[in-house]
Design a protein around this ligand. Structure first.
Ligand code: PGA
Length: 242
């Protein structure tokens, strides 16, 4: 399976910054043997399409509703119509700050199924849940929505305590959970990405693990040099292991 590196820009960058970043990243993205997915704020989809015809776009979220009077929301049909192929679903920031439930995520998955968008479903435990031995129950519950996905999808294990904190899970800690997820889903073809403070210094160790097939990168995807280094290191690692 090809290594997948997805960039989650979250709510960052002005139009000029987004444009500069894409212009400088494009040649790197085109030269590495990596499936790269850029998930910008939705207001930059059109801009990125204008700047590059080869970049895979992902949305950071979609509405659970089809269309209509839902001020501020973006539908699956809209993001599909602008050329987006992926949607991050169940990110811990959506779950915790915007109170997204598994039921809402399931409705969003139905929209993905309808418009042939590929979900990147995020799962992960808080520090409290890990400390109180609820880790695997939490992951199992979050994974229960995958039965409703009809097409191909990606998973991301993102321990909440590692997101944006600089505290990455060690490759071994991440591998344990990835292995658990792999056994739960009983499918060897679904890429399982790791997310949480991934950077150019830790990417190689993470990707060396047998069940870590890529990364979902937040902070380190916002600077061209950082993200390029991640892509190049991931790409050279893959060539060695092939
Ligand atoms: P981070 O974010 O790399 O900044 O920790 C990852 C994510 O939230 O997807």
């Amino acid at each position: 399976m090809k290594t997948v590196i997805a960039a989650n820009w979250k709510m960052n960058l002005t139009e000029k910054e987004a444009s500069d970043l894409i212009v400088s990243l494009s040649p790197v993205i085109d030269s590495v043997d990596i499936e790269t997915i850029i998930c910008p704020p939705a207001c930059y989809f059109y801009l990125i399409n204008q700047l590059s015809s080869t970049i895979n776009l992902g949305a950071q979220n979609i509405s659970q509703f089809e269309s209509g009077a839902y001020t501020g929301e973006l539908s699956a049909k809209m993001v599909k119509s602008i050329g987006t192929s992926f949607v991050i679903l169940g990110h811990s920031e959506r779950r915790h700050i915007f109170s997204e439930t598994n039921e809402m995520i399931q409705q969003k998955i139905e929209q993905c199924n309808k418009y042939e968008l590929r979900p990147i479903l995020c799962v992960g435990e808080t520090l409290e849940e890990r400390k109180s031995n609820q880790l695997f129950d939490v992951i199992k519950r979050q994974l229960s929505v995958i039965n409703s996905i009809s097409g191909h999808f990606y998973l991301a294990y993102e321990p909440v305590w590692a997101i944006g904190t600089g505290e990455t899970a060690t490759p071994e800690i991440a591998q344990d959970v990835h292995h658990f997820i792999r056994n739960e889903i009983k499918n060897a073809d679904i890429p399982i990405l790791y997310g949480g403070s991934v950077n150019a210094s830790n990417i190689e160790g993470l990707l060396a693990m047998p069940d870590i097939n890529g990364a979902l990168v937040g902070g380190a995807s916002l600077k061209s040099s950082d993200f390029s280094d991640i892509l190049k290191k991931a790409s050279s690692l893959e060539r060695i292991t092939q």
